[in-house]
Write a protein of this length. Structure first.
Length: 333
């Protein structure tokens, strides 16, 4: 019931290679992620030929001459590649997900039977795109990097009016700088999203390290997305801001531990601590030897361990009563 949906974001870190993509699937499956996510696009349909790279892409690729179109074109996955990767995910018992970036890609993923559609931050202001996905009536994960609360509201309205049920939408707080500076994370905005729209919420993380997504889980995130790679030093735009396998494993393990630790809100003794109650708590005992018929008072009774006698919360009730038997020092009253 409280399980966090963990998406291991392979993205384009396969560098256009199916074999590399399969190795990424292996890692995601081995560390216990719920899904491994790629990106589906036809470059000509979503990027202009002269569109420049983002500054982080220039820095991460070390190439300021290459256009964004040229960089991305090398990272496309064909339909046959999709089929092969979906089959491989099934063999590894992990869900295949992919983010579509154009209408043809939405149709392709729908034809391939995907039940969850991930909307990236860059498409949150793309009305025809949102309407297209909304009409599918599938489960939707909506990233909100760069968006303000009004833009999130507009996107949700488009999705629901097109036919997607609100209860089938998870909204992810996100920041689209790779890597995201800690001072720009603004994790409390995730709670604002959840409270404003009374909707399931989560977090898509682009910081270096794993502490922020773990904190997000502690704050109630129901979905976590995190980029990973086989090796941060590989060539490509996203490797440097991604986790390596050991880091991804540590993140998933920590998330699962936090899930367990969050519990179910009811405050009562846990199963593991009940045996300690008699050892750690205290009881009313004889402070000195007491004779039958003596009046019990603050002079002859005290409060000491163990806790298997009269609860000290009954102190006022016991003081002033008469001893019905002899007591030795430290004996339970």
């Amino acid at each position: 019931m409280n399980k966090v949906f963990v998406i291991a974001e392979a993205g384009v870190n396969h560098n256009g290679s199916v074999e590399l993509a399969k190795k990424l699937i292996d890692v995601a499956s081995e560390v216990g992620a719920d899904a491994v996510k790629f990106q589906t696009f036809k470059t000509e349909l979503c990027i202009s030929k002269d569109a420049r790279k983002a500054d982080y892409q220039v820095k991460n690729t070390g190439d300021d001459k290459e256009t964004q179109f040229e960089m991305v074109k090398k990272l496309e996955l064909s339909k046959d590649m999709h089929l092969e990767l979906i089959s491989y995910c099934n063999s590894k018992n992990i869900m295949f997900l992919s983010t579509p970036f154009d209408h043809d890609s939405i149709d392709l993923l729908n034809d391939l039977g995907l039940e969850i559609f991930k909307i990236p931050s860059g498409e949150i202001t793309n009305l025809p795109y949102l309407r297209h996905i909304g009409q599918l009536g599938k489960k939707v994960i909506l990233s909100t990097g760069m968006a303000d609360i009004g833009e999130i509201e507009n996107a949700l309205d488009i999705l629901t009016q097109a036919g997607t049920k609100k209860e089938n939408i998870i909204v992810l707080h996100a920041n689209t700088m790779y890597p995201t500076p800690m001072e720009d994370v603004n994790l409390r905005a995730m709670l604002t999203i959840g409270n404003t729209f009374d909707i399931s919420y989560g977090y898509s993380d682009h910081t270096l390290g794993v502490e922020v997504p773990i904190a997000a889980v502690a704050m109630g995130a129901s979905c976590i997305e995190k980029h990973f790679t086989l090796d941060k030093t590989m060539e490509g735009p996203d490797h440097k801001a991604s986790l390596e396998p050991d880091e991804l494993k540590a993140m998933v393990k920590a998330i699962r531990n936090v899930e367990l630790a969050l519990g179910y809100s009811i405050k009562k003794p846990s199963k593991s601590e009940i045996p300690n109650m008699q050892i750690v708590r205290k009881s009313i005992v004889a402070k000195i030897d007491i004779k039958k018929g003596d009046k019990l008072s603050e002079e002859n009774i005290a409060i000491k361990r163990p806790g298997n006698g009269i609860n000290p919360m009954r102190w006022d009730e016991i003081v002033g009563t008469i001893a019905i038997k002899d007591y030795k020092e430290d004996e339970l009253i």
